[in-house]
Design a protein. Structure first.
Length: 484
């Protein structure tokens, strides 16, 4: 049973322009607990009509919101941040129940999610323009930054809170209004965040959260000319579709898509630190993050020792339901996720990889899978070029720096990458040569609100977090003042 300190945070209606509403036709979709398959709640299954209304309301709310002072918007965001932190435990429990991750990780995600609201509340006050020395004596040239307008955010289930706040935070700070479509697996965290935004005093229409049919809601958000920007986090396939759907109206786009992160351990690395980093990067959220290490490359000199230490550490990971104390690995999101993990392991072992530990469904059954380590993996195996999104660490052996850089870069993705080395020359060379948007050096955890998160190649467009994250929601306007 889901028992919240504040039961009014469990919402079973969508938040459309300041009102809690059902779908026009009364349709619902069930939200279940991936740990036991129990239905937790039902939320409206909305479609294109409700989306159109939310867009109209967002457009109507825009002028007043845009014209407020940045300080005013900032203090409202600050209040929202404080309410999120004050309700951290309830929000974490909601998240664990609908998503499965351990409660400690869920609490961490709520704090991480809130940090984006705090950060962008502060940054709202620093949207500076420019003056440019004029090439002509009678002119003054200026650049203003103005909000893009009505924005849409489509978000995934693996980070039910943070993927929303790192889009909505900068959008609201900039003076945009936003419509959010959370993942159908995890709408409850999103709706609770909307309730707290309302309590913070966000004006009606500035934020809507619509639950329901992805294609219908997403289709309307992408096609409607009043939406000026779409920000999406999810799979590369859906990102590609949305990019095409946004083409007719030339929308601004931010895309945070799949990754295939290399995690490289050189001979000169601190091996214990590398194992610790690999565990943090690979098994967080049961391997279901787009920045999880997907391919572990160990240099020949330390390969065997690394595999042995990694297997020892993996054997200690505690699997269970997210709200059991001490659990580090919860269930995967659904059976399709389990099937993908099994397929990757089967393909790798058939092609000659060695199963060091795990490799099978967990005795708890359902969506639980045993943390797995494979060695002897090579570039022909599916696991080398597809994102696994599960608790499987495939270890490759390599000889030289040049070889591992080439292997790391031989993917269409370019989100996160990691390597361990103590050699300062190598650190610079490899960091510069990796074709990824982010490089963790001697660490497996790199995300925070002050740094730019995002990918190159088919991992996406744009950056989230940091001061650059705000620019994604701002347009430059050039003023040429003549005849002085
Ligand atoms: P994941 O693999 O994380 O489930 P998806 O890309 O399938 O990634 O989903 C991410 C988000 O995109 C979710 O909110 C989902 O409902 C939404 N989505 C899925 N398919 C579409 C689509 N065709 N159009 C718009 N949104 C979609």
């Amino acid at each position: 049973m889901l028992v919240l300190k504040d039961p009014s945070l469990l919402k079973q209606q969508a938040y459309l322009a300041g009102r809690w509403v059902d779908a026009d036709n009364g349709a619902t979709l069930s939200v279940d607990n991936p740990a036991d398959g129990q239905i937790i709640a039902k939320v409206p299954r909305m479609g294109a009509d409700e989306t159109r209304r939310a867009i109209e309301q967002a457009e109507a709310a825009l002028p007043e919101w845009r014209d407020r002072t940045a300080k005013d918007r900032a203090s409202l965001l600050r209040r929202w941040f404080e309410l999120i932190m004050a309700n951290q435990e309830d929000l974490a429990l909601l998240m664990t129940t609908e998503q499965g991750k351990p409660l400690s990780e869920a609490k961490g995600e709520i704090a991480y999610a809130a940090s984006f609201i705090e950060w962008f509340a502060e940054e709202a006050k620093r949207v500076y323009g420019e003056t440019i020395p004029s090439p002509l004596p009678d002119r003054r040239l200026l650049v203003l930054k103005q909000p893009v307008g009505v924005c849409a955010a489509i978000t995934p289930w693996n980070f039910p809170a943070a993927m929303i706040t790192r889009k909505v935070g900068p959008a609201l700070a900039a003076g945009c209004t936003v419509i959010v479509k959370p993942a159908s697996q995890t709408p409850l965290t999103a709706l609770a965040l909307a309730e707290l935004a309302a309590r913070a005093g966000l004006p009606d229409g500035v934020l809507s959260v619509l639950t329901g049919a992805a294609r219908e809601i997403g289709g309307e958000l992408a096609a409607n000319p009043s939406v000026r920007k779409l920000s999406f986090t999810g799979s590369t396939e859906v990102g590609r579709e949305l990019m095409a759907a946004c083409a007719p109206t030339i929308k601004k786009l931010s895309l945070e898509l799949g990754g295939n992160a290399p995690f490289i351990v050189f001979d000169d690395a601190d091996l214990d630190a590398a194992v610790e980093g690999a565990i943090a990067s690979k098994y967080r959220n049961a391997g279901q993050t787009c920045v999880c290490a997907n391919r572990l490359f160990a240099q020949a000199g330390i390969h065997d020792a690394f595999v042995e230490k990694l297997a020892q550490a993996v054997a200690k990971l505690k699997v269970g339901t997210g709200n059991t104390p001490g659990v580090q690995i919860g269930p995967l999101i659904d059976q399709a996720a389990i099937a993908k993990v099994e397929a990757h392991i089967a393909d790798a072992t058939q092609r000659g990889a060695r199963l060091i530990s795990g490799g099978k469904r967990h005795e708890l059954g359902g969506n639980f899978f045993t943390p797995t380590v494979l060695s002897g993996v090579d570039m022909t195996m599916q696991i080398a070029y597809e994102e696994t999104f599960g608790p499987v660490a495939p270890v490759f052996c390599f000889q030289s720096e040049a070889e591992v850089v080439k292997m790391s870069n031989s993917t269409v993705f370019g989100l996160a990458s990691y390597f361990y080395s103590r050699d300062i020359g190598r650190i610079w060379r490899v960091a510069e040569a990796l074709e990824f948007g982010m490089v963790g050096i001697n660490t497996g955890l790199i995300s925070n609100e002050v740094a730019p998160f995002g990918g190159v190649k088919q991992s996406g467009l744009g950056r989230e977090g940091s001061r650059h994250g705000l620019d994604e929601y701002l347009e430059l306007k050039y003023l040429c003042l003549a005849g002085l």
